[in-house]
Write a protein of this length. Structure first.
Length: 224
């Protein structure tokens, strides 16, 4: 059993990682989601669309290569879960860009209180509109927004969603920290992302705490 320690919200968070089983010749392997599994299952049961994969990468692999390997292996894993085998994928077209944790998380997160923020303004007599819904290529703005506001609303409240969000992040990479490595990936290289291109969005990020032997791959695709 390997482990890594990170510090989040003033306290140490131990990330427990199962050893890889059946790693490829390059040492890269999909491993279990461990302590995050329960929260992820509950989140999906409530209608969440964010998907996770945890990828073991060998020591010594350069950061750029490690993130790329994790992204490609994870998309293969995600598409293999689907009942269709007609996904078109061209890994050579995958382009990664390092981004800040703030850009990754987006505007709908309260860092101090560790809570998701609603992207909606509700009118006095009902109804409402999204904040900044007209900005950017997609409606959705970042990881926190993708987690809390899929095309069809979650069947739980923001408080419970925040609890799952915090639990998942802590279990997979020690929590949201401003020193995480984050890479945002292009989404034009696999047709698995195509449904999100209609309006809601399609996203692929790779995230790692620098002391961890794993990279978390986070993907989100939704439409109505």
């Amino acid at each position: 059993m390997a482990s890594a320690e990170a510090t989040g919200s003033g306290q140490a968070v131990r990330v427990r990682i199962e050893p890889p089983d059946g790693a490829g010749s390059d040492g890269v392997a999909v491993v279990g989601l461990g302590d995050a599994t329960g929260a992820i299952d509950a989140f999906h049961h409530a209608g969440g669309v964010v998907e996770y994969a945890l990828i073991w990468v060998p020591d010594g692999l350069p950061e750029r290569d490690a993130h790329r390997a994790a992204a490609l292996v994870a998309v293969h894993e995600l598409t293999s879960r689907s009942p269709t085998d007609r996904w078109r994928t061209d890994p050579q077209r995958a382009v990664g860009t390092s981004i800040s944790v703030e850009d990754f998380v987006g505007p709908f997160y309260d860092w101090e209180r560790e809570r998701l923020l609603s992207a909606w303004i509700i009118g006095e007599h009902g109804g409402g509109h999204r904040i900044g819904h007209h900005r950017g290529e997609f409606v959705t703005a970042g990881y926190a927004d993708a987690f809390s506001d899929p095309a069809y609303p979650l069947t739980t409240d923001l408080e419970q969603a925040s609890a799952w969000f915090t639990a998942i992040n802590r279990a997979l990479f020690g929590g949201l920290r401003r020193d995480l490595e984050v890479v945002r990936w292009s989404i034009d290289w696999s047709s698995w992302f195509d449904p999100g291109l209609e309006w809601w969005g399609a996203f692929l990020w790779t995230v790692r705490h620098r002391s961890a032997p794993t990279i978390t791959v986070i993907s989100a695709v939704s439409t109505d």
